[in-house]
Ligand binder design. Structure first.
Ligand code: FES
Ligand code: FES
Length: 170
């Protein structure tokens, strides 16, 4: 069964007809041609497909496109505005937080989501005090980014990059 949907992807409105079984990841990559989110596992285990879905980070391989008709999606490609890198992208560059880069668009989108969740005061499994404002400690960032796997093992630089983007001088 097909359905007509509209998605706003990196600021551009896209109308498409999708099989109702189409994942958001496949709609983005195969139908719209936005290959910024990557297909790693296609099973919700690696984070390579992470995008911002109506402002929150989400695994696009686990989302059905039809369930998000009307949604606003930002991929890592769409984070850079007017030729300026997003602070998270800049921090990844400065901290050399990647090797092959395959996981990087997902890491960057996830990091943007993490910084927003921290700003909103959401605790994580690593938070000692669930009522206090979370701090961007190494453990907090590592825990919050733990859904994004890096096959190259660039974690030693990814965590400092996320902390730097969050304003921590380390
Ligand atoms: S491709 Fe979506 S979590 Fe791995
Ligand atoms: S930089 Fe290669 S998988 Fe992360």
């Amino acid at each position: 069964m097909d359905a007509d949907i509209t998605l706003t992807v990196d600021g551009a409105q896209q109308r498409l007809t999708v099989d109702t079984r189409t994942t958001l990841l496949d709609a983005l990559r195969e139908r719209i041609g936005n290959t910024s989110p990557k297909k790693g596992c296609d099973h919700g285990q690696c984070g390579a497909c992470t995008v911002l879905l109506d402002g929150d980070r989400a695994l696009s391989c686990l989302a059905l496109a039809v369930a998000h008709d009307g949604a606003e999606i930002t991929t890592a490609d769409g984070l850079a505005a007017d030729g300026e890198l997003h602070p998270v992208q800049q921090a990844f560059l400065e901290r050399d937080a990647f090797q092959c880069g395959y996981c990087t668009p997902g890491q960057v989108c996830s990091a943007v989501g993490v910084l927003d969740e921290v700003r909103r005061g959401w605790p994580s499994h690593a938070s000692q005090d669930l009522t206090a404002d979370p701090e961007l400690s190494h453990d907090e960032v590592a825990e919050r980014m733990s859904g994004n796997l890096c096959r190259c093992g660039a974690y030693a630089n990814i965590v400092p990059a996320v902390r730097q983007a969050g304003g921590v001088q380390a």
